[in-house]
Design a protein around this ligand. Sequence first.
Ligand code: XMP
Length: 305
Amino acid sequence: MVDVESFVADAREEIAAEIGAGEAIIALSGGVDSSTAAALAYDAVGDQLTPVYVDTGLMRKGETEQIRETFAYMDSLRVIDAQERFLDALEGVTDPEAKRHAIGEQFIREFETVAREVGADHLVQGTIYPDRIESEGTIKSHHNVGGLPERIDFEGIVEPMRDLYKDEVREVARHLDLDALVAERMPFPGPGLAVRIIGEVTDEKLAVAREATHVVEDELDEYDPWQAFAAVLGKATGVKGDNRVHGWVVAVRSVESRDGMTARAQEIDWETLQRIQSRITGSHDAVARVVYDVTHKPPATIEYE
Ligand code: XMP
């Protein structure tokens, strides 16, 4: 991207030309990519675009409320409360790819319903360059709404940021005056906290992952990580009060990266790590232990599943 101003002007023109007099839909996750694509497209075609935010129940603390506020200016915004449907779809599912598949499938169902309701003939997506590269290999099934085009016969798929890297998307977001929380927001995977929970997703593990991720984001903000979060691994023995407990092991991960394709684990000072440990073990009775993940990508991935 040579110049952000001309990129934005060209993108708006291209979007308006592609959608024409049609109806478009976009899956708005609140992440910087889909938010920026939605803002660009809404500027270009207004309420001909229906941005759809699905509350999967797999989001971080306060996220749905924040998204509702940030995008309140879009009259056509739809917020779908699908928490129960997602948890039902995930019940008993333990295999990582099966989890991603179940979530992707439920996403598609939710969007399909709205897309048919509004008679959408165009799909806008916040696909960026690294997404295209990773999808070409089979590193991991990037769910988002990848399967939607096969289910609905859209006249066009609009991907205004297909050649941009993440830092360029952030530049565009800042240029569009998107809420600083969105523009500077860490990437958050489409399947949400589910890929930060090993094995079955349950209410308890979700509550632990949500609160622990909140603590980690809060404490590590000053390290300016690409992503910092917590994951729920499995159970191990601990002592709480006078009792031995069999509680969750929470992993803390903080990485720097340019585009998520490779990453380096960050060096965090001991005092901060201890404060994180104390806040997380104190946040939930069922947490017994906190560990710090020192693995780069490769060989690990950034997320856990
Ligand atoms: P991994 O875990 O593969 O992640 O090293 C690389 C980057 O991609 C994000 N990620 C996803 N983003 N849908 C997304 O939109 C997904 O299914 C997905 N899986 C991983 C991850 O958070 C990291 O930034």
